[in-house]
Design a protein around this ligand. Structure first.
Ligand code: ADP
Length: 309
């Protein structure tokens, strides 16, 4: 049985159609991502899953239950990452965790969670004294304190520095390894590509595609692009003669070869036969960003790690 099932979800706010026919299902033990630009309908979809909003039409099932009807039961079994403003500034880390633990029938071990999140030294620290990264990790602890079967994490690494983001990704993988199914909402390509087993690409309230990151990339695979500077003049014919090379072009003194398969090795060998060495070799492959652009005709607006939400 899928952990989360969303079928033909539709939700509008007045004239604005926020979600227009969204369907996907999340299997046990997955890290499933909802990826899309700001305004795509991600939060509205997740709020319907959390039972905070009632869909205009469509079905949502979480652990076989209906979020609108079975909210109390689901609150015990689904962990939701708190938004930053939700915690009182004057609570100490340990007090906040104890308070939230008291809401649950079978809470997790708070000390163990703090240890896992690298917050063990902050037990007696006031919430307001935590750094951005520490607050973020505490919000993940809050999502896990109820020992949930499912955790819903929204814009997990917004505002974190690169090292803290990588640490958080490792942490989420450890959480998944403990058997928690994870629904991750993000507008960061790198995060989705690195962390998610499967993804639903959402744009303008609809699901454009659902697949593994590799599967999505493969759909638009433009092959490889290899760039290098030859140590001596090279004839295009030498390169176009290589099987799987589809094109050769030049930019200044740089040669750009496109193709698929093992073209790098074959190219190096062909050049070596002419006593030419490829210098400054760079291999570029399609990534999730390329897939997103190809599938939606749109770019995600944010290249930085700040949110405008
Ligand atoms: P995302 O999470 O992908 O940024 P949202 O679900 O927040 O997308 O928003 C989808 C669309 O619905 C946007 O056009 C947004 O402006 C609109 N919207 C979201 N919440 C409300 C609301 N409470 N009232 C009116 N419009 C809303």
């Amino acid at each position: 049985m899928p952990i989360i099932e969303v079928e033909k979800l539709h939700k509008r706010y007045g004239e604005t159609i926020a979600v227009d026919d969204v369907s996907f299902s999340v299997e046990p033990g997955e890290i499933f991502g909802i990826l899309g630009p700001n305004g795509a309908g991600k939060t509205t979809t997740v709020e319907c899953i959390e039972g905070l909003r009632r869909p205009d039409s469509g079905e949502v099932r979480v652990l076989g239950l209906q979020p609108g009807r079975d909210r109390a039961e689901l609150a015990q079994r689904v962990g939701v990452q708190l938004q930053e403003s939700a915690l009182q500034e004057k609570l100490k880390v340990r007090e906040a965790l104890d308070l939230y633990a008291s809401f649950y029938r079978q809470p997790a071990d708070g000390d163990e969670l703090l240890q896992m999140l690298g917050l063990q030294d902050k037990r007696e620290t006031y919430y307001r004294k935590l750094s951005g990264g520490q607050k973020q990790r505490l919000s993940i602890a809050m999502a896990l304190i109820g020992n949930p079967e499912v955790a819903i994490l929204d814009e997990l690494t917004t505002g974190l520095d690169p090292q803290a983001r990588r640490d958080t990704w490792e942490l989420i993988e450890r959480v998944r390894d403990r058997g928690v199914t994870i629904l991750l909402v993000t507008h960061f390509m790198d995060e989705a590509e690195r962390l998610c087993d499967r993804l639903a690409l959402i744009e303008s309230g609809t699901v454009v595609a659902t697949d593994t990151p590799a599967g999505l990339i493969q759909r638009v695979d433009r092959g490889q692009r290899v760039r290098f500077r030859p140590s001596a003049p090279v004839d295009d014919a030498l390169l176009t003669a290589i099987p799987d090379v589809t094109g050769v072009s030049r930019h200044g003194d740089e040669v750009v070869v496109t193709g698929s398969g093992n073209i790098v090795a074959l190219m190096v060998t062909a050049l070596a036969g002419e006593q030419i060495v490829p210098l400054d070799v760079r291999v570029e492959q399609a990534n999730l960003e390329d897939a997103f652009v190809a599938l939606t005709g749109q770019k995600l607006i944010h290249d930085d790690h700040e949110s405008t939400r």
